[in-house]
Structure formats: structure tokens, C-alpha cells
Design a protein around this ligand. Structure first.
Ligand code: 6PG
Length: 237
């Protein structure tokens, strides 16, 4: 893992926007498209605002996905898609077919998971064992969860399915969710975690003893080939 510490949230968001922009340009040059997974939560807000203002970004060649989503109606403030749409997606040049929302209106988390996996398999090709995204953005909870993979949840052990439903009764908000699975998150060409200062202790524990942390924190089990990047804000640095 590669950790960068930032004294201010604004500096973290600036650096994250550079990271995403560089990844987008490199992916578009190398493969003609940029497959981006957005994280949930509130931490990415500053990043989204900066991406919306960037003068240069291959939006016409970008496809947007989410690492997880809450089963709430579209437009609900608790939806991960809502924050991205308000701060970013509504402001950049993306056609509807480039934004791959989780089908939350499917009636249940299980049906939404099955439908979204079918849509992803149609996009990536059903013969591929796992989808390969160019950049997976992730957050982390104070309990070490990431996406909607929570400590002790059986979803953490899923190795075949790309998408699973999670009950998440102890999560905030305590609503059913749909999440990409660990092999899919770890399959990203690049993985960037963004963490606010209240998560600094979790990040330090992962940095200091990754093996021990992996037993406690799902975020420590996301292990892309090149190692995950972590951008963390914290006064003590
Ligand atoms: C979710 C997110 C979750 C989030 C972390 C951090 O749906 O809850 O995907 O994994 O990234 O909980 O959330 P904050 O950025 O709001 O601290």
C-alpha cells in the first residue's frame, strides 16, 4: 500500500483529482476508454467538485460505475449515486449509456445484485472471470469496512460472483445494499482509497501490520496487483 498524508482535506482532494485525471488520460490512451468505479460516502465530495471543474478529462471515453449502492430510491440523499450526480455527473459530458447505475428499483437487494451483475457481464463479456476496471475509488469506515463489505460478513468470502446483496443492519444508514465483491475490487488496475481524519487510526493499523489488519478490516483485504494507494487527511501526518 502507498499512503500519502495530507494536513488539509482540500489538499487531499486536489491530489486525488490529479490521480484520477492521470489515470483517465493513461487509460484512454492505452485502451481507448476509462472504466471508473466511484465510491460511496461523503469523502469523495471534494474530489467530485474538482473533477467537474477540470478543463481536460476524457469524459466522452469514460464509463462510470459504483463500488456499492444503498437500496434507496434514486435521488434519495442516502444514495451513493446522488452525491456523484449532483456534484459531478450532471456537470460533465457523459451520455446516459456511459453511467452504469445499480438498478435499485429491482424490488430487493438480491434482485438488484443479480440484475447489476448481469449488466456488468454484458458490458465486460460473460466469458471473463472478473471485470477489470481502470480505477476503483474506495472509502473506508471506522470499522474498516469498504464498499459494503463489512467485518465478519459472509459477502467478504464470495469469490465467484461479481456483485452480492448485503443486509448491513449495523451500517449507517442501516439499509440493504449491493456491493462489488473483493476479487472485483482487488482486480482494479488502480485502487485509490480516500479517508478523512476520523479514519487515520484504521489506516495506520493497516500500514503498520497489513496481515493482522486483514483479519479485522475488509479494506485491508483489497489488494490490487500494484498495491492500493491511500490518500488520508490527518493533522499529525
Ligand atoms: C457506503 C460506502 C462506504 C463509504 C465509507 C466511508 O455506501 O457507505 O461505500 O464504504 O465509502 O463508509 O464513508 P464516508 O466517506 O462518508 O466517511
Amino acid at each position: 500500500m502507498r499512503v500519502r498524508w495530507f494536513a488539509a482535506e482540500s489538499a487531499l482532494a486536489d491530489a486525488a483529482a490529479e490521480f484520477v485525471g492521470d489515470c483517465a488520460e493513461a487509460s484512454a490512451r492505452a485502451r481507448g476508454r476509462f472504466l471508473l468505479v466511484l465510491s460511496g460516502g461523503r469523502t469523495p465530495a471534494g474530489l467530485y467538485r474538482r473533477l467537474a471543474e477540470r478543463s481536460s478529462f476524457p469524459w466522452p471515453r469514460t464509463h462510470v460505475f459504483w463500488g456499492d449502492e444503498r437500496l434507496v430510491p434514486p435521488g434519495d440523499p442516502r444514495s451513493n449515486a446522488t452525491l456523484a450526480e449532483v456534484l459531478l455527473l450532471s456537470k460533465v459530458d457523459l451520455r446516459p449509456q456511459q453511467v452504469h447505475r445499480v438498478p435499485v428499483a429491482s424490488g430487493s437487494a438480491e434482485r438488484a445484485a443479480g440484475q447489476w451483475e448481469a449488466e456488468l457481464r454484458a458490458f465486460f463479456g460473460a466469458e471473463t472471470p472478473y471485470p477489470v476496471f481502470d480505477l476503483v475509488l474506495l472509502g473506508v469506515g471506522t470499522d474498516g469496512h469498504t464498499a459494503s463489505l463489512f467485518p465478519g460478513d459472509p459477502a467478504l468470502e464470495e469469490r465467484q460472483r461479481w456483485v452480492v446483496a448485503v443486509g448491513a443492519p449495523a451500517a449507517d444508514p442501516p439499509v440493504p445494499r449491493v456491493t462489488l465483491t473483493l476479487p472485483v475490487l482487488s482486480g482494479g488496475r488502480e485502487v485509490l482509497f480516500l479517508a478523512g481524519r476520523e479514519k487515520a487510526a484504521v489506516v495506520r493499523a493497516i500500514e503498520e501490520d497489513p496481515a493482522a489488519a486483514a483479519a479485522r478490516f475488509p479494506a485491508a483485504r483489497v489488494r490490487p496487483a500494484g498495491g492500493a494507494a491511500w490518500y488520508v487527511s490527518d493533522d499529525s501526518g
